[in-house]
Design a protein around this ligand. Structure first.
Ligand SMILES: [Zn+2]
Length: 353
């Protein structure tokens, strides 16, 4: 039984499997074949979005303008996530908001929306134990409101980390003006999941799809963490750069450390062990990757210990992302297992079950 047929035959809830399918599944397990479904639920998805109803109702126009206009995004419910997770053997998805987050220019509204989103996600986690984690929404650039929500998210909701965007208005997120937030996240040894957005300066430059502005923002944000000194200043905080695929090698090159050649010049103050070593402290997820970007991550020494599985649900799809990782990215069996769950289990030991 090959990987492709395993995926299709074991799709669906456990109660719906026929005797023949179960036998086929156990045969595949015995042969050590990767397969999907509840017989082997171990994948961890660190890039999985929610569209909470109250948040959508309050900011529908903003969300549509920000890229959530597709009917399938509007139609998201927890069941959409659970069905895909069950069908493909995803044990846990860590939930977060996509662009533009909860900042729409109002301090009061940002605080309110962050709390609505976080309470909703935490309730999902209680309703489905072990299936959903949380990268809590925080109302950056409102520093005081953000610090309060960090306290609530970690101390009360037991969040796995916080979710941030790559910029706020026109400021890249690694900027010093946000350091009070990172000081607190560093103190808590927190995981910080950073998602791409588009800077408000440049919304008029966006085309459909808006990927080019997202990627430019990705580069600026990652560079602000690296060359801005934020990563070296706050070493106990762990940054996940989502969609970090194609940007990593670019940022390395931008700073004079191409992955296929020696670093040009001495180590800067923001990278005492070297630019590539500093970059390797960042985690990325696999959503949107391809063979070329995975080759680059392997060359940077990150593929087996810094890349985690991500789907970008509901914009993305679990099966498509899993198929791509297993069949089209040129990864070894060991690399695939590292991306699917081993690296995430190290970063989030509570999901190592
Ligand atoms: Zn996303």
């Amino acid at each position: 039984m090959g990987r492709q047929s395993a995926g299709s035959h074991l799709a669906g809830p456990q109660s719906g499997l026929s005797r023949r399918e179960w036998i086929a599944g156990f045969g595949a397990l015995a042969a050590g074949t990767l397969l999907r479904g509840e017989a082997e639920r171990r994948v961890i998805d660190v890039h999985h979005h929610i569209v909470p109803p109250a948040f959508k109702a309050a900011h529908l126009e903003d969300l549509v303008r920000g890229g959530a206009g597709q009917p399938y995004v509007q139609a998201w419910t927890p069941q959409v996530s659970l069905e895909q997770m069950d069908a493909q053997g995803v044990a846990t998805s860590i939930l977060s908001l996509s662009t533009p987050g909860v900042w729409f220019g109002s301090v009061q509204d940002g605080r309110k929306m962050a709390r609505i989103v976080n309470e909703y996600a935490a309730q999902l986690g209680r309703d489905h134990p072990g299936r959903f984690g949380l990268f809590a929404a925080i109302p950056v650039p409102d520093i005081d409101g953000t610090l309060k929500e960090i306290e609530y998210a970690f101390d009360v909701l037991k969040a796995d980390g916080v979710g941030i965007m790559t910029s706020y208005d026109t400021i890249p997120t690694g900027d010093k003006s946000f350091w009070p937030v990172f000081e607190e996240l560093n103190r808590r040894k927190a995981v910080v999941f950073m998602h791409r957005t588009a800077a408000t300066c440049c919304l008029n430059l966006r085309q459909d799809p808006a990927n080019q502005e997202f990627i430019v923002d990705d580069v600026r944000a990652l560079n602000s963490f690296l060359a801005g000194g934020t990563l070296v200043k706050f070493p106990n905080m762990t940054l996940i750069h989502s969609h970090g695929d194609k940007v990593m090698a670019w940022v390395a090159k931008l700073n004079g450390a191409p992955i296929n050649g020696p670093q040009r010049g001495p180590n800067p103050a923001w990278a005492p062990q070297g630019i590539q070593a500093q970059l390797r402290k960042v985690y990325v997820d696999s959503a949107g990757n391809n063979k070329f970007s995975m080759d680059e991550l392997r060359a940077l020494g990150m593929l087996s210990n810094r890349v985690m599985f991500g789907t970008d649900v509901p914009w993305g799809n679990v099966k498509n992302n899993l198929d791509a990782l297993r069949e089209r990215m040129g990864c070894s069996r060991e690399e695939i297992e590292a991306v699917e769950y081993k690296t995430a289990r190290q970063l989030f030991p509570k999901y190592n079950v």
